[in-house]
Design a protein around this ligand. Structure first.
Ligand code: BGC
Ligand code: BGC
Length: 758
């Protein structure tokens, strides 16, 4: 019976091959068995080169062809030698003119929006609102899919403790538990419930693995880490994203345990596929295969074989697969099964995306016109942008500002549009971008006066200015012009009641290949800030940047500081919402702000030392010249109102394995505004077989409190929340004493102790 059924299905698909070749149909709902038969049948017709073509994401097909463009590239697609490419014309050629008509995957870096640009991912993570993160991803997928994209190389879920690393902007900060929730939200938002629908796209979890731990924060640098730390701190967000059904993974550039991730069989095959059960596609990062030559793993043929053996499916841009796997097959260095498995996984991804039945479903120009930067999307962007903002300081309740009087808006980022879109904004369309100046002007219209001066360049440092310019003309800055700008700013500042200084980083200073050793505000910007302070007028410092900065001087001297990040299309409007109190800020940092780069890595969930810091004692862990504590800890962020935590209580202090622990705390809004607070739960395992972190985030609740209101917040803890990886890498909990902490950030917590026995 079963056999007849199989034959019938095979026949059903075969008749859709026009002339025994072209594929024009598949069933909509991915049924594993049907998919298998369909792909079996297709693969039985494929030549070796056509199979390798499915693994080839590139402009060309050989070492000499790296940059093949235009007609040549189209011709390769026609020959079935490229399996992944963008563009409607490309898809038409693949489907209508290649021998087997296999459609293309179309991947792009849709990192924080497509046309409507949202804040950089690090900023969005500060919302502590995974539903909104998911909503942003849904909108990004809607927009991208209408423009032909069916695969995004996002989310980047690399844990990072080093703000020098420019790519910290692309992730969700330093916490594995929260990072896991964020990772899942992205995947759900992009992929929805039905990957084959025309408005969903495949997610790609990157960069697997440990890319965020690059030594010294220098991009592409080495990583060296114990297995314990991998499991405890770095793997959870990747795992969570795969558990949420992410269809693909991207390898990282770095070595993992000495072996480049891209050729690391333990990492990809043992851990990711066999242990975690991931069966989707693995794509390399850009030229990561050929980079293994520099890592010292062999020539292009050797390293390509290594990657394939590690079960890496798609070669992005190195042309090692298309160029050498045929030879390796002949020489017995890889097997036909290795190639077939990879090819099958790529075809499966295409099948699941619905590409075999509807290869053009992702091209919908009419829809794109309607939804890209639509009012509805812009509205969500504004909300997300406002909620991503973190209030770092607000002495004397300088903020919110009143909508009257004279405001001087000053700084190199004040009227910037491209810069506040942030790194990896794939649309450079600034037509709807609201700069900070414009946001303030719109709010103040008819109510008061707004003056503007740029005040300074972003930097005068010619080394920095020319570091990433390639062969473009060298950039220099004129001292004279710089003085003129400063003087103009001072004059304008004198006329104002309050100064809003918008300083920070141009977008090119964060993101890929944009590491910085010095994360202070640039000298000329600091000089401007000091000059503005010297006027004696109240100064609000607004930061537009892609990474944590070192702000010790600013924190000491400037009364109000707002971390507004690179906030995307609606950055300026959202900032005005916060500045004038139309939105009471509720963002909390997901990454630690150090006092000085000398502290890096500095992160809240560190293990204790044998000599924890004791004041006044010499032989204790410390620096002589700076404190151990960061400037702003993980989880920190202020509100215009004030939240008072009191009366932490537990349901039990002595617990057995079957017990559930309830921990409650009372929170009072004792300030003058309604507001939202992110209530955070941390746990510390006081005695374990492996040294445990001094605290670990295990829960949070974002609550709203009207002024004067008090609420009791309750968290539930089970032994599952106490688990960690032991020396054998088993995920276990051990009985004993635990501290349970609740607070508004990772530093200021209320603590109770419980004992949990086995
Ligand atoms: C980056 C990836 C990105 C890829 C494709 C690489 O250089 O590391 O994050 O997805 O390029 O643009
Ligand atoms: C130091 C050792 C020293 C010992 C005895 C410790 O604090 O770390 O190096 O030998 O004191 O003086």
């Amino acid at each position: 019976m079963k056999q007849i059924y199989l034959i019938a299905i095979t026949l059903f698909f075969t008749i859709y091959f026009i002339g025994g070749q072209r594929i024009t149909a598949q069933d909509k709902a991915p049924n594993e068995q049907k998919m298998k038969l369909f792909i079996d049948s297709l693969m039985s017709k494929m030549t070796l080169l056509e199979k390798l073509g499915q693994l080839n994401l590139s402009g060309g097909v050989g070492a000499l062809d790296i940059n093949a463009e235009g007609d040549k590239r189209l011709d390769y697609i026609r020959q079935g030698l490229i399996g992944i490419s963008q563009g409607k014309k490309e898809q038409e050629i693949a489907v209508n003119e290649s021998r087997l008509g296999i459609p293309l995957l179309a991947g792009r870096d849709v990192i924080h929006g497509f046309s409507t640009i949202f804040p950089i991912p690090l900023a969005m993570s500060c919302m502590w609102d995974v539903d909104l993160i998911e909503k942003h991803a849904r909108i990004a997928a809607e927009e991208a899919s209408a423009s032909g994209i069916n695969w995004t190389w996002s989310p980047m879920v690399d844990i990072c403790r080093d703000p020098r690393w420019g790519r910290i902007a692309e992730g969700a900060g330093e916490d594995p538990w929260y990072g896991s929730l964020v990772a899942q939200a992205y995947v759900k938002g992009y992929q929805g419930n039905d990957l084959s629908a025309p408005n969903t796209i495949m997610a790609c979890v990157k960069h697997f693995a440990l890319y965020g731990a690059s030594e010294a924060g220098r991009d592409y640098n080495n990583v060296d880490m114990s297995r314990l730390s991998m499991y405890q701190y770095y793997f959870p967000p990747y795992k969570a994203a795969f558990d949420a059904g992410a269809g693909s993974a991207m390898t990282s550039f770095n070595v993992v345990d000495g072996i480049p991730a891209t050729g690391n069989k333990w990492l990809m095959d043992e851990l990711l596929r066999k242990n975690w059960g991931f069966n989707g596609i693995i794509v390399t990062d850009f030229t990561a295969i050929s980079e293994m030559i520099h890592h010292g793993l062999g020539n292009l043929q050797d390293v390509s074989a290594l990657a394939l053996k590690a079960t890496v499916d798609i070669d992005m841009m190195a042309q090692g697969y298309i160029g050498t796997l045929g030879k390796s097959l002949k020489e017995g260095k890889v097997s036909q099964v290795d190639i077939d498995n990879a090819c099958r996984r790529v075809l499966e991804a295409k099948y699941k995306l619905g590409l075999f039945s509807e290869p053009f479903q992702y091209f919908n120009e009419e829809k794109a016109r309607q939804i890209n930067l639509s009012d509805e999307h812009i509205k969500v962007a504004r909300e997300i942008s406002a909620r991503s903002i973190v209030l770092l300081k607000n002495d004397g309740q300088l903020l919110p500002l009143s909508k009257k009087g004279k405001i001087a808006v000053i700084g190199p980022l004040a009227d910037a549009k491209l810069d506040i879109l942030g790194t990896w904004a794939i649309s450079d369309d600034t037509s709807k971008v609201v700069s900070v100046l414009e946001g303030i002007q719109q709010t103040m219209k008819g109510k008061g006066e707004v003056f503007y001066a740029k005040g300074s360049y972003a930097t005068m440092d010619t080394f920095l200015l020319n570091r990433n310019i390639g062969d473009r003309p060298r950039i220099t800055r004129s001292e004279k012009k710089s003085m003129e700008m400063l003087n103009e700013a001072k004059n304008i500042a004198k006329k104002a009641d309050v100064i809003v200084a918008v300083l920070g980083e141009p977008r090119a200073w964060s993101g890929e290949a944009s590491s910085l050793a010095n994360i202070d505000l640039a000298d000329c910007q600091k000089e401007l800030l000091k000059a503005l302070m010297a006027t004696g007028k109240p100064v609000v410092l607004v930061l537009a940047n892609g990474r944590p900065l070192t702000l010790a001087w600013e924190n000491e001297n400037v009364p109000a500081i707002i971390e507004a990040w690179h906030g995307g299309t609606m950055a300026g409007a959202a900032l005005a919402d916060v500045l004038f109190g139309d939105y009471n800020p509720s963002g909390k940092l997901t990454t630690t702000f150090p006092v000085s780069v000398g502290q890096i890595p500095v992160y809240y969930n560190h293990r204790n030392t044998g000599r924890p810091y004791v004041d006044g004692y010499k032989f204790t862990t410390k620096y002589l010249d700076i404190p151990n504590e960061p400037l702003y800890p993980f989880g920190f962020g202020l509100s215009y109102t004030k939240f008072e935590y009191s009366n932490i209580t537990v349901s039990d202090t002595i617990l057995t394995p079957d017990k559930i622990l309830k921990v409650s705390i009372s929170i009072k809004n004792s300030g003058k505004f309604d507001g939202e607070e992110v209530v955070q739960l941390y746990i510390r395992d006081l005695v374990a077989s492996v040294s445990q972190p001094v605290k670990e985030l295990k829960g949070f609740q974002k609550i709203k409190l009207t002024k004067g209101e008090t609420k009791t917040v309750t968290f539930t803890i089970t032994p599952d929340d106490l688990k960690f990886y032991n020396a054998d890498l088993d995920y276990v909990w051990e009985p004993g004493e635990f501290e349970v902490m609740i607070g508004g950030n990772s530093r200021d917590v209320n603590t109770v102790k419980v004992n949990w026995s086995k």
